[in-house]
Design a protein around this ligand. Structure first.
Ligand code: BV8
Length: 230
């Protein structure tokens, strides 16, 4: 089997690495108010509180390691390309577990927790452990202009042209560990279906977008993804 494969991952693929999901009963947005922490308005109003929230998640990520699903996707990328296919892994996740596992054809549409961005000179750099409202930018040296390099609600996701182009020409689309509730990612399956692709959903449970998919594999990603890749 080759062709053009687009894979979309969400928080569910990182859950077994110890990183919280968002909408499960013990998820991040069950504990924290995303409107007070993950919007540009929230950052403008309470930058210190928002920095604290992302500093804590970055600290948690420092000890997280990829599991068998991340490794299987990195293997699949190599095999698929070796057979002359096209491959793109789009992740909604801001962790670096796919990179740690060796994925290269990878796009972080919602940004990266381990990076920060200067609002003054637009430099994107590796985030120091603790970013504060007075941390100077490593390039322009101006303090107070750094923010987490993540896409908040109401902001435009990254690499959208590349992603739409891949979706509009894919022959296979696979969604892994995502609830299908946040747009534009939640609409990717519809674009792939219109392109005539075969759609597979790998998740613990049914999701809002399940009816669009041709195949469903139910189970924890650490087991279901390696089994599907093999
Ligand atoms: C945009 C980064 C325009 C930050 C995130 C009203 C006002 C303003 C905006 C809107 C509005 N109404 C709609 C919108 C659009 C909005 C949106 O969709 N809102 C929702 C709430 C309705 N979207 C936006 O604002 C986006 N921007 O629309 O710009 C545009 C559009 C197109 C083109 C150009 C411009 C920006 C959204 C990005 C927000 N940032 N994260 C941070 O991390 O703090 S979103 C956040 O939720 C995560 O990043 C994640 O990506 C996203 C989706 O969550 P999931 O990954 O799916 O995780 P979830 O917990 O929901 O589900 C986990 C799943 O895993 C479950 O299905 C579970 O069953 C499964 N699972 C659990 N364990 C396992 C498992 N599966 C397998 N194995 C397991 N072990």
């Amino acid at each position: 089997m080759t062709g053009s494969l687009v894979i979309l991952t969400g928080a569910g693929i990182s859950a077994e690495s110890g990183l919280g999901t968002f909408r499960d009963t013990d998820g991040l947005w069950a504990k924290f108010d995303w409107q007070a922490l993950a919007t540009p308005e929230a950052f403008a109003a309470e930058p210190f509180k928002v920095h604290e929230f992302y500093n804590a998640r970055r600290a948690n990520l420092a000890t997280a390691r990829p599991h068998a699903a991340h490794a299987a996707l990195a293997r699949l990328e190599r095999d698929w390309l070796a057979r002359g296919g096209d491959f793109l892994l789009v992740t909604q996740n801001v962790d670096d577990l796919h990179e740690q596992a060796g994925s290269q054809r990878l796009v972080h549409m919602h940004g990266e927790l381990k990076k920060m961005r200067c609002e003054a000179c637009h430099t994107v750099a590796t985030a120091s452990d603790e970013i504060g409202t007075d941390t100077p930018c490593p390039r322009c040296r101006q303090p107070g202009f750094l923010r987490p390099h993540v896409v908040w609600f109401g902001e435009i996701p990254l690499e959208m042209d590349l992603i739409f182009q891949a979706l509009e020409s894919c022959t296979h689309f696979v969604a892994i560990g995502t609830s299908g509730t946040v747009y534009p990612a939640a609409g990717f399956s519809e674009i792939a279906r219109r392109a005539g692709a075969h759609l597979t959903e790998i998740n613990l449970a049914e999701t809002d977008t399940s009816p669009v998919f041709d195949s469903h594999i139910t189970g924890p990603a650490s087991a279901a993804v390696p089994a599907w890749v093999e």
